[in-house]
Design a binder for this molecule. Structure first.
Ligand code: NDP
Length: 245
């Protein structure tokens, strides 16, 4: 199956930012969606917005750090649509702070969300893709994996893990599956201001407001990877604002 129309796509972290924009973009192109995130009201607003424009989407409360939640997300695609064509692993948290602040809960959250969360998605979707003889993993990394900028050490390390896991998975995926890493630069989302460090959050929000690209730019990059013919794998897309050094 090529193109986007008719594909069954599950997206994690779909309640805001890049995930919500991707859901909207793909729904407009005719994808059938299963959307996961933890915040029920925000997720419902995305699902309702898509339905109001004639799209097809169902929301499933999902914490990607929980293996069973990812299983429920992929099972929902199978129940509703009879298949799962794409899993977009996008859930993330930009809880960056200097090491000296010892915000170890934030370090743990980034490891759990970006690494364990990604692995939970692979664990849930890979058997489905193998059974179908087709499937596409789209993993959202970051330009932080290309250049480490203080105080983003832990965030950059976990996004580097996303890059490495994606390449490892691609090498083992064989001719039937596709594996894509989408690495965004500064994107205008609420997540940018999520640091518990007030100065860091303020600086990142200032920078975001000066140079960031809209989340729709990342959504279009994800759509480009998905719409390729079955035998064509867009292995990596780096998309960043021109003003980002
Ligand atoms: P947002 O904060 O707007 O979106 C993050 C999404 O992830 C939300 O929907 C949130 O939903 C979800 N999420 C967080 N933790 C979990 C969890 N444990 N389980 C399920 N869902 C979770 O920020 P962005 O849109 O910017 O971030 C999306 C991705 O893009 C992240 O992986 C981020 O690292 C990456 N990225 C962002 C960049 C930027 O400049 N904005 C640049 C490069 C990469 P909820 O809280 O409802 O669960």
């Amino acid at each position: 199956m090529s193109g986007i129309a008719g594909k069954a796509v599950a997206i994690t972290g779909a309640s805001s930012g890049i995930g919500a924009a991707t859901a909207t973009y793909l729904a407009e192109k005719g994808a059938r969606l299963v959307l996961g995130a933890r915040r029920e009201e925000r997720l419902a607003a995305v699902v309702d917005g898509i339905a109001a424009r004639g799209g097809e989407a169902v929301g499933v409360i999902t914490d990607v750090t929980r293996r069973e939640d990812l299983k429920r997300l992929t099972d929902t695609a199978l129940d509703r649509f009879g298949r799962l064509d794409v899993l977009v692993s996008n859930a993330g948290t930009m809880a960056v702070s200097p090491f000296d602040e010892l915000r170890q809960d934030d370090w743990d959250a980034m490891v759990a969300t970006h690494i364990t969360g990604l692995l939970n998605g692979i664990g849930a979707a890979l058997p489905v893709f193998r059974r179908q003889g087709s499937g596409h993993f789209v993993n959202v990394g970051s330009t932080a994996a290309h250049v480490v900028k203080s105080p983003q050490g832990v965030y950059a390390a976990t996004k580097t893990a996303v890059k490495v896991l994606t390449e490892g998975l691609r090498q083992e995926s064989g001719p039937d599956l596709r594996v894509t890493l989408v690495s965004p630069g500064f994107t205008h989302t609420e997540g940018v201001g999520r640091s518990a460090s007030p100065e860091v959050a303020a600086a990142l929000v200032r920078q975001r407001d000066e140079i960031a690209m809209p989340p729709s730019a990342v959504a279009a990059a994800i759509g480009f990877a998905i719409e390729q013919p079955a035998g064509v794998d867009i292995s990596e897309v780096v998309v960043r604002p021109t003003a980002q050094g």
